[in-house]
Design a protein around this ligand. Structure first.
Ligand code: SF4
Length: 290
């Protein structure tokens, strides 16, 4: 997808460069700081109603406390990632018109952002699935879903707003699970230590010591890995779809081939430059050097 108003869709390619799904805040009208509502919590230090700008937002759409978000109680802002939906909605669907200059477009713009964010996130996962599968049927399904989503996020606003995102989401989810089975099976086939039965989808693994473990091919989809110790472990081929990695310890963890890993998951965790990441994910700025 592109961020131009004339045609903000790129044709589907055999593989999707996920760099196009990285946020470009300079081309966004701070939609994440405006569209969503937040209640005061450990992640966001004040109450903010949906559809109203955060009180820390400047008139040029920058954040006035950008350099001190965590110490000032806005950790959630350092975790959030729009998967490139912000710039697409700002520059694509709304052709560079901001909600500030044109208040009458506000509601539609924020609704479009919420829808596009979910769709862009699905594209992120589908790109991963497509790159990993050797099954032509799975590959075909992933490409078809990508095409549908790319048309929606590169098309007309009414079509985006009327899309049945829930239905699309369940189709995407089933394709992701199918590919996950395939990939994880290949890791089990190569041997390695036995994964304990506690390592399963949705498992409560909060604070668990999983240090220096070979967790290749583990199905940790939706698992609660909050503050779990994963240091020095290998998660190649592990399914991390929706896993909660808040404050998980990831120093020297090998995540380079972990499945369905996202930037927000990393942003919420603790790690270092020695953590091995997929090439299209970044080391969060709060991680240390060691
Ligand atoms: S604190 Fe800054 S980054 Fe967070 S919502 Fe407010 S303006 Fe945006």
């Amino acid at each position: 997808m592109q961020t131009t108003s004339a045609n903000h869709t790129e044709p589907s390619s055999p593989s999707l460069d996920r760099q196009s799904l990285r946020p470009d805040c300079g081309n966004c009208f701070a939609l994440c700081c405006t569209a969503f509502g937040f209640s005061r919590s450990a992640d966001f230090a004040l109450d903010k109603p949906a559809g109203s700008p955060c009180q820390n937002l400047a008139a040029d759409f920058s954040c006035t406390i950008h350099d001190s978000l965590r110490p000032r109680g806005f950790r959630g802002c350092t975790v959030f990632d729009c998967f490139g939906a912000g710039q697409n909605v700002s520059q694509g669907f709304f052709a560079g018109k901001s909600w500030l200059a044109y208040p009458d477009i506000k509601d539609e713009m924020f609704s479009a952002f919420k829808a596009a964010r979910r769709l862009h996130e699905m594209l992120w996962y589908l790109a991963d699935a497509q790159a990993r599968t050797f099954d032509p049927d799975s590959s075909h399904r992933a490409i078809q879903l990508r095409n549908t989503i790319e048309q929606a996020v590169g098309g007309e606003l009414p079509d985006l707003l009327s899309l049945d995102i829930q239905e699309l989401h369940s189709q995407v989810r089933s394709t992701l699970m199918e590919v996950s089975e395939e990939v994880r099976a290949s890791y089990f086939a190569t041997g390695g230590d036995h994964l304990d039965s506690a390592l399963k989808p949705g498992a409560d693994l909060m604070g668990k010591n999983l240090r220096s473990r070979r967790l290749c091919g583990a199905n940790l989809r939706g698992a609660y890995l909050i503050a779990a110790d994963l240091r020095d472990s290998d998660l190649s081929g592990a399914d991390l779809l929706g896993a909660d990695l808040r404050d998980a310890w990831l120093e020297r963890t090998d995540l380079s081939k972990a499945m369905y890993l996202t930037q927000p998951q990393l942003n919420a965790a603790r790690g270092s430059r020695a953590t091995l990441l997929p090439s299209d994910l970044e080391v969060p700025s709060h991680w240390h050097d060691g």
